[in-house]
Ligand binder design. Structure first.
Ligand SMILES: Cc1ncc(C[n+]2csc(CCOP(=O)(O)OP(=O)(O)O)c2C)c(N)n1
Ligand SMILES: [Mg+2]
Length: 390
C-alpha cells in the first residue's frame, strides 16, 4: 500500500501565523485554550507549486529584506561549496548542512542587536554569517587549516568569538541551553541589556539539559530565546518516534513561558515571530520557546544519504524552499528585479571563489602549534613546575 506524505505525520501542514500561534500555547498557569484555527499562511498545498506562496507581513524595508536574501543565499552557497570540497576529500571530518532551513538561522539572528549573544548549533551557519562570520573562516575551519579560527584544532562550525557575541557550539545536544541561560544571567547582572539566543533540534528538545536550562531560565526570568527547529528528523529518527506531542511549543507550558509556532520556511515569519520574543526578553518579560516548522532537505550530514526519508516528503518540502519562496516574494512585490537577484548571486559566487582559494592555499598547522591555546598561560606567580609538585 502506498502512503501519502501526510501519512508520515511530518509535513507540518498547519503552521500558524505567528501572532495567533502565541495565543495557542499560553504561559502556565492559564489553561491551554483550544488550538487556534489555522490560516493559509505556510500551509503545504501540493497543488500550489506554481503559485507565489505569500509570506508573512513584515515591518522590514527593502534594504533589510535584500540583506535577508543575501544572507540566506550566502548560507546555501557556502554549504554548496563545502559539499563539493567534501567530495574532493578536502574537508577534514564531517560536513553538516542546513539546506532548507536557512530562513530559520538568518531570520532569527537578524532580530538581534549588536550587544546580544548567540549560541549556534551545527545547522546555524546562517546565524553566524549574520553575526559577521566570514566565509573564509568557515572554509578554513572545515579544512582544518592553520589560518582557521581554531588554528586547525577543531573543525566544522565549532568556534566562537565573544567580540561578535558568539559562544562556540557545544556538541552535546541541549548543553548550550544552560550555558546560554548563564550568558543571559551574566548580561542581566551586568546591566548589559542583552538577549541570549540559541537553537535546538527536535531531538535535542528531549534531552535533560534542555529541560534544566529552560526551567532555570524561566524561574530566573532570564532574557533567553530558544528556537526549536522542528525539521522532521533527529539523524534517522522521525520526530514521532522520540516525542509524543506534535508541537515542541507545547513544552513551553511546562516552564510557564510563552511558546509559539512559526513557518520556518518563511524568513519574514521567522524574523517577525522571533523579534517579538527578543523584544519581550529585552523588556524583562523572560524567556520564550519558539518552534519553527521546517524540514531537513539533506541527510544528517554529508556522509548520510538519508535513504530513510520518504521521497514524497522531500518533494513536498522542495516546493516550499525558503530561498525560492523569498525570491518570488521579492519579485512579486517589486522589491527586486531578476537582474538584481542575479547580481547578488554573482557577487556571492565571485567572493566565494576567492575565499575557497584562500583556504585551499592555507597550510595545515605545524605540529608544534597543537598545544597553543589549549591551556591558559599560568601567570608567573602561580606557575609551579609540575615535576616539582610530584
Ligand atoms: C546528548 C547527545 N546525544 C547524541 C548526540 C549525537 N547527535 C548529534 S546530532 C544528533 C541528532 C540531532 O537531531 P535534532 O536535535 O533533531 O537536530 P537536527 O540534526 O535535526 O538539526 C545526534 C543524535 C549528541 N551530539 N548529543
Ligand atoms: Mg531534527
Amino acid at each position: 500500500m502506498s502512503r501519502s506524505p501526510q501519512d508520515f505525520g511530518l509535513l507540518h501542514p498547519t503552521v500558524e501565523p505567528a501572532a495567533e500561534a502565541e495565543k495557542s500555547v499560553p504561559s502556565a498557569p492559564e489553561p491551554a485554550p483550544e488550538p487556534v484555527a489555522m490560516k493559509a499562511t505556510g500551509e503545504v498545498k501540493p497543488e500550489a507549486s506554481d503559485e507565489v506562496q505569500s509570506l508573512a507581513e513584515t515591518s522590514l524595508g527593502q534594504r533589510e529584506q535584500l540583506l535577508l536574501y543575501r544572507f540566506m543565499l550566502l548560507n546555501r552557497s557556502v554549504e554548496d561549496r563545502l559539499s563539493s570540497l567534501y567530495r574532493q576529500n578536502k574537508v577534514v571530518g564531517g560536513l553538516y548542512g542546513s539546506r532548507g532551513q536557512e530562513a530559520v538561522s538568518v531570520g532569527s539572528a537578524f532580530a538581534l542587536e549588536p550587544q546580544d549573544f548567540i549560541g549556534p548549533l551545527i545547522r546555524n551557519l546562517g546565524a553566524m554569517l549574520v553575526r559577521g562570520v566570514e566565509p573564509r573562516e568557515v572554509f578554513t575551519q572545515y579544512m582544518a587549516r592553520g589560518t582557521s579560527p581554531t588554528g586547525g584544532k577543531d573543525c566544522n562550525l565549532h568556534f566562537g568569538d565573544v567580540r561578535r557575541g558568539m559562544i562556540a557550539p557545544i556538541s552535546m545536544l541541549g548543553a548550550l541551553i544552560p550555558v546560554m541561560a548563564g550568558v543571559a544571567l551574566a548580561g542581566q547582572q551586568q546591566g548589559r541589556n542583552l538577549v541570549a539566543m540559541t537553537w535546538i533540534g527536535d531531538g535535542g528538545t528531549s534531552t535533560g539539559d534542555f529541560h534544566e536550562g529552560l526551567n532555570l531560565a524561566a524561574v530566573l526570568n532570564l532574557p533567553l530565546v530558544v528556537i526549536a527547529e522542528h525539521n522532521g528528523y533527529a539523524y534517522s529518527t522521525p520526530t514521532s518516534m522520540q516525542m509524543r506531542i506534535e508541537n515542541i511549543a507545547d513544552r513551553a507550558v511546562g516552564y510557564g513561558i510563552p511558546g509559539s509556532i512559526l513557518d520556518g520556511n518563511d524568513v519574514l515569519a521567522v524574523h517577525g515571530g522571533v523579534k517579538r520574543a527578543v523584544d519581550r526578553a529585552r523588556a524583562g518579560g523572560g524567556p520564550s520557546l519558539v518552534e519553527v516548522k521546517t524540514f531537513r532537505m539533506k541527510g544528517h550530514a554529508e556522509h548520510d544519504d538519508a535513504g530513510y526519508v520518504p521521497a514524497e516528503l522531500l518533494a513536498e518540502w522542495a516546493k516550499r524552499d525558503p530561498i525560492e519562496r523569498f525570491e518570488d516574494h521579492l519579485l512579486a512585490n517589486d522589491l527586486a528585479s531578476p537582474d538584481d537577484l542575479a547580481a547578488i548571486a554573482a557577487t556571492i559566487r565571485e567572493s566565494l571563489d576567492i575565499e575557497v582559494d584562500f583556504a585551499l592555499a592555507s597550510e595545515m598547522p605545524p605540529a608544534e602549534r597543537s598545544l597553543e591555546g589549549v591551556y591558559a598561560e599560568a601567570p608567573p606567580e602561580v606557575a609551579v613546575p609540575w615535576r616539582a609538585v610530584r
